[in-house]
Design a protein around this ligand. Structure first.
Ligand code: BT5
Length: 239
């Protein structure tokens, strides 16, 4: 595997054919002194992590698993996972796939199926942003789609460097002009304007209209009074 492209985007890159989880590995590297915008890339994971203790499947040869360390201090770190989702959405849109949107907070969907998921974790003051992207067809029981099924043949290094480059640009733009980036996110976020059911990590439920994403990256749900949701799962309801 040549890592020419990734090496130009990240401050350092560690590549593994197989690892437990790129987020876990980057956490270990940060504990040993890893730098800002360092990355771990893997061809497969044996313990790929989703949110809330769920599993992310990343079988060999079928997906990109990429984790990026953000050590610089940001005003609104809660936006990082949204910016990562936006980077993936932009990358896919650049390939002339139009029907690609973000389901708050972390799913990138094409034709209503999940092509990418993001897991951001705060570890020792750094944020580890983990990005999984399906390159090839996944297990049929998942509501998943892949780049290959969209007619796009993308190798792991190209996908990692494109997403990393766009993510870095978005972080810089967000610091300079957050309103512009929020506007782009709002356009890409298919949750906004929808009638939703939200399930909080506590198990409580909320019903209402998803109206906006606030400055902390939280989803505002009008129930009808505004409730700000920082974590949880959202289902779009159709009337
Ligand atoms: C996520 O969680 O979508 C976050 C996924 C983050 C994965 C990356 S890979 C690099 C880094 N290292 C890690 O260990 N993790 C990160 P969540 O929203 O909880 O969604 C998990 C759910 O998505 C599962 O319960 C399945 O239903 C579904 N799922 C699992 N694997 C999938 C896949 N490959 N494609 C589509 N859906 C999948």
């Amino acid at each position: 595997m040549l890592l020419d492209k990734s090496n130009q985007v990240f401050s350092s890159v560690s590549w593994f054919d197989e690892i437990d989880s790129t987020n876990l590995e980057l956490g270990r590297q940060l504990a040993a002194g890893g730098g800002d915008f360092s990355a771990v890339i893997a061809g497969s994971q044996t313990r790929g992590q989703g949110r809330l203790g769920r599993e992310w499947l990343s079988p060999s040869g079928a997906s990109l698993s990429l984790s990026i360390a953000i050590k610089r201090k940001l005003e609104n770190p809660g936006w990082l996972s949204l910016l990562a989702a936006l980077a993936v959405q932009r990358m896919i849109k650049n390939q002339k796939i139009t029907e690609v949107g973000i389901k708050w907070p972390n799913d990138v969907l094409v034709q209503g199926k999940k092509i990418s998921g993001i897991l951001a974790q705060l570890i020792d003051g750094a944020v580890i942003v983990g990005i999984g992207l399906n390159l090839k067809k996944q297990a049929p029981e998942l509501n998943a789609i892949s780049m290959e099924e969209l007619g796009l043949d993308l190798d792991i290094d190209t996908a990692a460097s494109e997403i990393g480059g766009l993510f870095g640009d978005l972080i810089r733009n967000f610091e300079l002009n957050p309103d512009e980036v929020k506007k782009e996110f709002s356009k890409a976020c298919i949750t906004l304007g929808q009638s939703v059911r939200a399930e909080l990590p506590s198990g409580d439920q909320l019903f209402g209209i998803a109206s906006e994403v606030d400055s902390l990256g939280q989803l505002v749900i009008l129930t009808p009074e505004p409730k700000h949701l920082s974590a949880g799962d959202v289902w779009h309801l159709r009337s």
